[in-house]
Ligand binder design. Structure first.
Ligand code: 6GP
Length: 832
């Protein structure tokens, strides 16, 4: 090889400051096409990202080659959402070259922060489910597990939220506008995906009845790969996202002009499949395009998985030993029918064999019990769009129902619950039932949620298959959510207990004894204060509001949803405001209430609650009688990047959902890990957080899931009575009702008041109000004792080891996937 190329090659892999600097200059000129004087911050971001990507590619090829050579069992994580956020800091930190990069930029007179801030936030997800998928990718790569993410390369990620006069307005989010330096387009990795058409029956070579799907429309799925850098940079996995391309099987030459325009229109329509992420979180809206998106990415992924498998195998018998497919909620559940179709129609397998393989390969994670989120597609629509799949689903159903225990017992009610088809009203395919039946394991995401799955939505399936449901409590990656987001605290931790916690979060328990060390507490507070300053500056930039660093930063950040009860928080805010005004001579602990989170664009109630918070903020923040002791801010456009600034600065973490409704929560884990004390209900993973941190170090309030259930089952309760008997609550509601916060439109909040009274207060806001205020008071009292507060905060941080997504992913790997780590061999030669 030409010596010049050889040395450039080595340079590409070198991690020292000088080579990084030389690479930056070279990339800026030869790839970005700018000289240093004309380069913008964005140019520099692209430059740095490309140079860093260079340092990943060889190891990436090595990893892929090792999986291939070992014919390792892979796990495929199928998810309609990957909420990955920015990748630059993540890649640098996992490669261990953060300081080198900072210095190289420094020598070029550039600030690392500016470069980092020029990266768009990749928001290919809505909330918890999508972020969990991103944490899992990090954990799989960091532990050397052969894990692939499969999803959609949405051109428009989750909308950008802005406020106009306190109302949420949605703006398109264009993360790809200036290109994406992390991805590799793979125009040669292309699969056809069919829609519509009809099914033809015929006799196969041995005279058996067989089917083929004909007259369908085709769209192509084209792959884009993003390397997923594991901690230490040893393993680099792949996130493969599909983009829709029109087929070119129409011949432009033969068209008259009208037909030509129609053909082009058709092209545009088919490419719409990967245009935009549906902005609904845990709610189903049942749009045809969404169903097509689900099938589009699932089909392409399965074709790709089978292609990879067939490189090593000639029969499908071994598929379950070589591939585990995890369904992230029911969105890819059509994959069960699709794998059956591929195995039977394309590869000639018998039904029984295909079913055995399918069940052994798939597993399904449920992420919510909310009835409105359970996907059920109209049979007529499925029949029209995927006629062959509808047939297969009928057949799965018929075979299952014939053999089920319920049938044997003559229990028709149970039989109809078990059916894949909901026969009430317009008939629908229940995707949850399909996912359950087609999987060998089904899991919930916290202990409580898993128990509730067994008792409620999947009670009948659980009776049929008592070993199938298992719990896998969620986790979060300590790399992004402590090491990168909170350098102040993570440096302090490492200075005391070493760096082992970064890849083995259990080690953080060693900090527990430091809770009694005055010096450590002082340093812990200093780190928190630094983060609070950073957040205060961010708040000032975003909202113009000045907040006190010494106030309690009371944080509720998550999607806006009635069951998450931001409304309860704002009612407490109003009550606290009244108390402060009534008692001006008391020396109040200053409080800053910090909210952030998006509402689904069509979720009117959620948007109204945002407006209420903003209206309350306007009044409270400008009322001199509270002497700046209370501030309310709603930060716009909550996303991963904002979370990384907000979470490290929190003193209080609000996890106040109606018990039984939050499957797990993961923000609760991030906040506690960063030393916030939780005010929460016994819901989702809060229950397990309490077990870990100890009941003395968390503020639990409110009805339990069981009590909620009883209350609702016994005809509810009377919210009007509750309101009448609680003067603080009554006063807060009266103020809202009479326009104290909306003088321009006194009736604005009628729908909220209505829901809380005549509406029966489904989310039990009024029922939990008094106990919530008690928990808030307790927290405020404790905050006065800064030593005691810090002690508890340290215990929280130190007790979160179990909530690492490394632990979660390991449980999946051993108990569901049977996938094992592979150590890549890096021969130093790289891939040509
Ligand atoms: C969310 C759940 O609401 C949350 O509690 C959980 O922590 C998270 O999933 C990860 O498991 N669910 C969704 O985001 C969703 O869209 C269909 O469910």
């Amino acid at each position: 090889m030409d010596a010049r190329y050889k040395s450039r090659d080595i340079e590409r892999r070198s991690l020292d400051v000088d080579s990084l600097k030389r690479s930056f200059l070279e990339w800026l000129v030869y790839s970005v096409g700018k000289d240093a004087r004309a380069a913008t911050r964005r140019d520099w971001f692209h430059t740095v990202a490309l140079a860093v990507r260079d340092r990943v590619v060889d190891r990436w090829m090595d990893t892929t080659r090792s999986y291939y050579h070992e014919d390792a069992k892979r796990v495929y994580y199928l998810s309609l959402e990957f909420l990955i956020g920015r990748l630059l800091t993540n890649s640098l930190s996992n490669l261990g070259i953060m300081d080198e990069c900072r210095q190289a930029l420094d020598r070029l007179g550039l600030s690392m922060d500016d470069v980092v801030d020029s990266e768009p936030d990749a928001a290919l997800g809505n909330g918890g489910l999508g972020r969990l998928a991103a944490c899992f990718l990090d954990s799989m790569a960091s532990q050397g597990l052969p894990g692939y993410g499969y999803g959609i390369r949405y051109e428009f990620g989750l909308f950008e939220q802005r406020f106009e006069n306190g109302w949420q307005v949605e703006h398109p989010e264009q993360w790809l506008q200036f290109g994406n330096p992390w991805e590799f387009a793979r125009p040669e990795v292309l699969y056809p995906v069919q829609f519509y058409g009809r099914v033809e029956e015929f006799r196969d070579s041995v005279g058996e009845r067989a089917y083929r799907w004909v007259d369908s429309e085709r769209v192509l799925a084209m792959a884009y790969d993003t390397p997923v850098v594991g901690y230490g940079g040893d393993t680099i996995n792949t996130l493969r996202l599909w983009s829709a391309r029109a087929t070119s099987d129409f011949n432009f030459g033969h068209f008259n002009e009208g037909a030509y325009m129609k053909a082009v229109e058709q092209k545009i329509l088919s490419e719409n499949l990967s245009r935009v992420l549906y902005p609904n979180d845990a709610t189903e809206i049942g749009k045809e395009l969404r169903f097509k998106q689900e099938y589009f990415f699932t089909s392409a992924s399965l074709q790709d998985i089978l292609r990879r498998y067939l490189q090593h195998h000639t029969s499908f018998d071994n598929l379950p030993n070589k591939a585990a497919i995890q369904l992230n909620d029911t969105h890819p559940a059509i994959g069960i029918a699709e794998l059956m179709r591929l195995l039977i129609d394309q590869h000639g397998l018998r039904w029984e064999k295909a079913w055995e393989i399918t069940q052994a390969t798939f597993a399904y994670t449920n992420h919510t019990l909310l009835p409105e989120a359970l996907e059920a597609w109209p049979v007529r629509m499925v029949e029209r769009i995927l006629p062959r799949h509808m047939q297969i689903i009928y057949e799965i159903n018929a075979k299952f129902l014939t053999r089920s225990k319920a049938k044997a017992a003559g229990d028709n009610a149970r039989l109809s619950h078990l059916s894949l088809i909901d026969e009430r009203g317009d008939r629908r395919v229940r995707m949850g039932n399909l996912a359950f039946l087609g999987s060998h394991k089904v899991n919930g995401v916290s202990a409580l949620h898993t128990e509730l799955m067994k008792e409620t939505v999947f009670a009948d399936f659980h009776a049929e298959f008592p070993d199938r449901i298992t719990n896998k409590t969620n986790g979060i990656t300590p790399r992004r959510w402590l090491k990168q987001a909170n350098p102040a605290l993570s440096e302090l931790i490492s200075s005391r207990i070493g760096e082992g916690w970064i890849s083995d979060l259990g080690q953080i328990a060693a900090l527990k004894e430091k809770a009694d060390d005055v010096v450590f507490r002082e340093e812990f507070r200093r780190a928190k204060r630094k983060n609070k300053k950073r957040l205060a500056a961010y708040i000032a930039r975003q909202t113009g509001e000045e907040v006190q660093i010494d106030s309690i930063f009371d944080v509720q950040v998550k999607r806006m949803h009635e069951y998450k009860r931001q409304l309860l928080n704002v009612l407490h805010t109003v009550a606290l405001y009244n108390e402060m005004r009534d008692n001006p001579t008391v020396s109040w602990v200053p409080v800053t209430k910090i909210f952030a989170g998006k509402a689904a664009p069509s979720y009117h109630m959620a948007k109204l609650i945002i407006k209420l918070i903003n209206d309350v903020a306007k009044v409270v923040n400008h009322d001199p009688s509270v002497h700046d002791n209370l501030k309310v801010v709603y930060l716009p456009n909550y996303n991963v990047t904002a979370a990384e600034i907000i979470i490290p600065a929190a003193d209080i973490s609000e996890q106040i959902s109606t018990a039984g409704m939050e499957a797990s929560g993961t923000g609760n884990m991030k906040l506690a890990l960063n030393g916030a004390l939780t005010i929460g209900t016994l819901d989702g993973a809060n229950v397990e957080i309490r077990e870990q941190v100890g009941a003395d170090n968390i503020f639990i309030f409110g009805l339990t899931a069981e009590e909620v259930n009883d209350l609702r089952a016994n005809g509810g309760f009377n919210p009007r009575e509750v309101i009448a008997s609680n003067p603080a609550l009554k006063r807060a509601l009266d103020m809202i009702a009479t326009g104290a916060f909306s003088p321009d439109d006194r009736n604005r909040y009628q729908p909220i008041l209505q829901a809380l009274t005549d509406g029966g207060d489904h989310f039990l806001v009024t029922a939990d109000f008094a106990d919530y205020c008690r928990a808030q008071d307790a927290a405020m009292q404790l905050y006065r004792d800064s030593e005691e507060w810090t002690r508890k905060a340290i215990i929280n941080t130190a007790s979160m080891g179990w909530f690492s997504s490394d632990r979660t992913v390991n449980e999946y790997a051993t108990e569901i996937w049977d996938v094992h780590p592979v150590k890549p061999t890096h021969d130093g030669e790289g891939f040509r």
